[in-house]
Design a protein around this ligand. Structure first.
Ligand SMILES: Nc1nc2c(c(=O)[nH]1)N[C@H]1C(S)=C(S)[C@@H](COP(=O)(O)OP(=O)(O)OC[C@H]3O[C@@H](n4cnc5c(N)ncnc54)[C@H](O)[C@@H]3O)O[C@H]1N2
Ligand code: MOO
Length: 409
């Protein structure tokens, strides 16, 4: 009897990282406006401070804060107006003791001034004198030089997924071209004699192909570039031929189905052959997802993955291994997670980590995680779940009210 020699999730990840060491995805230079949702392949360092000069937060009068001490509605302070800053212009006067100057919102604070009084609290007393009815503290209504971004600061780190706010920061620094990772290109092959296109009515024994659709959407959600999606019969040689062809153009070839021990299950053999014997992993100590296969062909630099045919298993293994690896290789941060209390006791799977789907429920101020049960051959469990948590392989179980770390799906 031949049993799978399973790897723990951690050991499997480590093995893949080692095998792919130095194979960081290539990078390209892109126009800033084309970079949304891409992963930065460089640190963005501020070559100048933002703002470059002190700016006013309000429309009002730039003053020396000390001059306004004690000013109130009943007892204004009288200051001489010595100038006016125009929007977009630099200030060409100095505020000295007993004087002030007008500044619009965003305008440059004149030298000497250290605060701005809002114009609602001021009144022109005569042609060049201002009555100030409020006292302001040092720095009030002033954005100081470099308060937003310091000169020399790494303001956005390599591995950051570019959101509209990162685009805004780069625009503020005049960075109009960015170096981002070229996403992995991927070919997805679903195998199975029983699979029919979703547009067709399956005959008895047939089922609609779920995995090509769900996996290509997952890949796109992680920013990968899906080059080709195929549905093939469980025939080893034509399947191997397609895998070899796909390896010429794809960084990642993912085969779903045929990963276990059925009569026609050939994925493991194919991965071994196409990677020149570099099949690294066949079997994860994970529930679901045990019969997963990973190989890396150093000559083409292609990662070849055999995902279990059961849809939930295929999608979770993609999430935990393939997407994890891509994020790791592109220096991305850990995913956001949320701690939630279990609604019920849950048994573990001896010797295997369990990836448990959960629905999140908010009760008063706390989140609760309610297990979503269902076999890995189903699909709707994933739409009923908000996320998952991992129960370690040495954990006997989880108790009701115990906190678990939930990752979103
Ligand atoms: N004797 C054993 N049988 C099985 C084992 C085992 O260890 N010993 N492992 C089970 C586990 S766990 C899983 S997971 C599956 C993995 O199966 P395969 O990767 O070999 O995939 P298939 O046999 O081709 O299909 C399994 C199942 O999934 C359905 N499927 C496959 N592809 C798709 C698709 N694209 N869309 C929708 N559904 C798909 C397929 O119809 C089968 O029902 O093996 C267990 N068996
Ligand atoms: O482990 Mo399977 O991968 O239960 O569905």
């Amino acid at each position: 009897m031949e049993l799978l020699k399973v790897h723990t999730l951690e050991a499997a990840r480590k093995k893949l990282v080692n095998a792919m060491e130095g194979k960081e995805p290539k990078s390209i230079r892109l126009n800033l406006l084309k970079s949304l949702d891409r992963i930065l392949a460089q640190d963005i360092m501020a070559e100048e401070p933002v703002p470059a000069y002190r700016r006013s937060m309000v429309d009002g009068y730039a003053v020396i804060s000390g001059d306004t001490g004690g000013a109130s509605e009943g007892l204004p302070v009288l200051l001489r107006v010595v100038g006016e800053v125009s929007m977009g212009g630099s200030s060409d006067f100095i505020v000295k003791a007993g004087t002030c100057g007008y500044v619009p919102t965003g305008g440059m604070i004149p030298e000497g001034a250290d605060a701005v009084v809002m114009e609602e609290y001021c009144e022109l007393f005569d042609e060049d004198h201002l009555a100030v009815y409020d006292s302001v503290a040092h720095g009030k209504n002033v954005v100081s030089q470099g308060e937003d971004i310091c000169h020399g600061e790494v303001v956005i780190k390599k591995g950051t997924k570019i959101r509209p706010q990162e685009i805004g920061v780069m625009a503020s620094l005049g960075v109009l071209e960015v170096i981002v990772y070229e996403p992995w290109t991927i070919t997805i092959i679903s195998t199975g004699d029983e699979l029919v296109h979703p547009s067709l009515q399956p005959l008895p024994g047939e089922i609609r192909d779920i995995n090509s659709y769900a996996l290509s959407a997952k890949a796109e959600a992680y920013g990968l570039k899906v080059l080709n999606v195929m549905v093939l019969k469980d025939d080893k040689e034509p399947l191997k031929e397609k895998v070899l062809q796909s390896m010429k153009t794809s960084d990642l070839v993912m085969i779903s189905g045929g990963s276990s021990k059925g009569k026609k299950d050939a994925t493991s053999q194919i991965i071994d052959e196409v990677t020149g014997g570099n099949s690294l992993i066949h079997g994860l100590a994970l529930k679901p997802g045990k019969p997963s296969i990973f190989g890396f062909d150093p000559s083409t630099g292609t990662l070849v993955v055999g995902l279990p045919g059961h849809p939930v298993a295929a999608i979770l293994v993609f999430e935990l291994m393939v997407a994890w690896l891509y994020k790791h290789m592109t220096n991305q941060k850990e995913d956001h997670s949320l701690f939630a209390r279990m609604t019920t006791n849950l048994a573990g799977a001896p010797g295997r980590a369990t990836c448990q789907l959960v629905r999140l429920i908010k009760k008063e101020e706390e989140y609760y995680a309610e297990p979503v049960h269902g076999k890995s051959g189903l699909i709707s469990t994933l739409t009923r779940a908000d996320g998952y948590f991992i129960m370690g392989q040495n954990q006997e179980g989880i108790k009701k009210e115990q906190r678990v770390e939930v990752f979103y799906l």
